[in-house]
Ligand binder design. Structure first.
Ligand code: FAD
Length: 425
């Protein structure tokens, strides 16, 4: 098989990249072993937020004090499986170090803002071209609620950082929240509305629809697993797959949590870990739920009304890619959902677990590979892979097509990890 560009992985990132390349008239092969838009990918089961304000990394200064709790409470909102600690210790160390000062967090926020600033609009535009406008609500706004103003103080640091990078929001009192969210528990009496943000109405269908659009433009799919790269004189000549070789001059690594192995083959060792997350979804078009997607501060969960029902998503579990899901975590989410939306019958909620592909600093890896010219990295989006996919797809396509990327990418380079390792040595 021959192509101009091979895209490895058909999650949100690979799908957006394939669309951008196909729209340029390039010959694209999309390599993906699973069904497109299906539940094996993180892009299927996320909370569907197009949160252009998600610029604060998961770790913040002082969070290391909570490490003993993460190990002791296997069902806490963030937990590390003790048996997996030896394998994750290096990543965890970098995770804590990356955000150890306010200045470091502010720098991360500036990078993420440059990636996400107009994400809802970018999604609306690509969805319109793909005939998927019904799946994107770029103007819904997103809401954050707390029990009262005092409870908000625990999260105030992140909002200060957001303010510094130009994010705006409207403060809400109990009456305003009740008027805007009639189905929400009255326990939540203080909130913010971030008007610039939006959401997707069905992330799995969105990814599948984007891939179908790329195919209408001429992209081809190869049901296979990418295994490695072929090169001549340091330049890419092809991608080896479980179904033979794809001869190509450029390839984009967008294989989610499994991207690290491929990146290493292309010359970059990237610390990539799964932040395992869960959801429960109560299916039904007319079930009660939030009119505006909502993050509930004390429970650290997001509740979003989707086209197919109401979803409650959250939790971070560091336990590796291969361990079986701990469905007691989903049961915790189900209980949260029942209390957040009291009128909702949650007994038949469907459960899911997926892998956020996470770098320790919360910044994705977007850029050219160090070892093989023609290989482009587009992975490591952690908590922001759906919202970040629209611009990442553009950037990956620009790099693969030899164009100048539309934003400065130095802070997203895989080489930042090599530099830090060298500095520490
Ligand atoms: C509970 C939860 C809630 C979330 N909420 C949000 C949210 O509200 N907003 C947001 O922006 N983000 C959210 N995220 C994060 C977001 O879902 C991910 O960052 C994003 O889906 C990652 O997309 P991806 O394309 O990199 O990976 P994936 O969607 O995992 O896709 C990777 C694809 O690569 C394929 N693949 C793997 N190995 C190979 C190989 N060797 N060859 C070929 N193909 C391969 C896989 O089969 C898969 O289809 C959430 C995540 C979770 C778990």
């Amino acid at each position: 098989m021959k192509a101009d560009v091979a895209v490895i992985g058909a999650g949100a990132i690979g799908a957006q990249t394939a669309v951008q390349l196909a729209e340029r008239g390039l010959d694209v092969v999309l390599i993906e072993p699973g069904s497109v838009g299906a539940d094996h990918a993180a892009s299927y089961g996320n909370a569907a937020w197009l949160s252009s304000h998600s610029v604060v990394p998961p770790a913040t200064p002082g969070v290391w004090k909570q490490l003993p709790g993460w190990l002791a409470d296997p069902l806490g909102p963030l937990a590390v499986r003790p048996t997996y600690l030896p394998r994750s210790a290096g990543w965890l160390w970098r995770y804590l170090a990356a955000a150890s000062t306010e200045a470091k967090v502010a720098a991360i926020a500036r990078h993420l803002r440059s990636l996400l600033i107009d994400a809802p609009r970018l999604h609306a535009e690509v969805a319109e071209r793909a005939g998927l406008s019904h799946l994107i609500d770029a103007t819904s706004g997103l809401m954050h609620v707390w029990r009262d103003r005092e409870a908000f103080q625990g999260d105030a640091f992140g909002w200060k950082i957001r303010r510094e990078v130009g994010i705006d929001w409207r403060e809400l009192d109990a009456d305003e929240i009740a008027a805007m969210q009639p189905d929400l528990s009255r326990d939540y009496r203080y909130g913010f509305l971030v008007a610039e943000a939006g959401h997707c109405r069905n992330p799995g269908a969105y990814v599948a629809g984007l891939v179908a659009y790329a195919e209408r433009l001429g992209a081809r799919r190869l049901e296979a697993r990418a295994l490695g790269f072929m090169q001549a004189g340091g330049r890419l000549t092809g991608v080896e797959t479980s179904q033979g070789t794809v001869a190509c001059g450029a390839a984009v690594i967008a294989a989610g949590v499994r991207s690290g192995v491929l990146a290493a083959l292309a010359g970059d060792r990237v610390p990539l870990e799964s932040e395992r997350g869960y959801h429960v979804t109560v299916e039904g078009e007319d079930v009660p739920g939030p009119a505006i997607p909502v993050m509930v501060g004390d429970r650290k969960v997001i509740v979003t009304k989707l086209a197919q029902g109401v979803r409650c998503a959250g939790q971070v579990e560091i336990g590796g890619i291969d361990a079986a899901p701990n469905w007691r975590r989903a049961e915790i989410l189900r209980k949260h959902l029942a209390e957040i939306v009291p009128a909702l019958d949650t007994k038949d909620a469907k459960v899911w677990m997926g892998h956020r592909p996470s770098t320790p600093d919360g910044i994705p890896v977007i850029g050219t590979a160090s070892g093989i010219a023609g290989v482009v990295h587009a992975f490591g989006h952690g908590h922001i892979g759906l919202v970040g996919s629209a611009r990442t797809g553009r950037l990956a396509a620009q790099l693969a097509a030899g164009e100048t990327p539309e934003i400065e990418l130095a802070g997203f380079s895989a080489r930042r990890f090599a530099r830090r390792a060298a500095e520490a040595a």
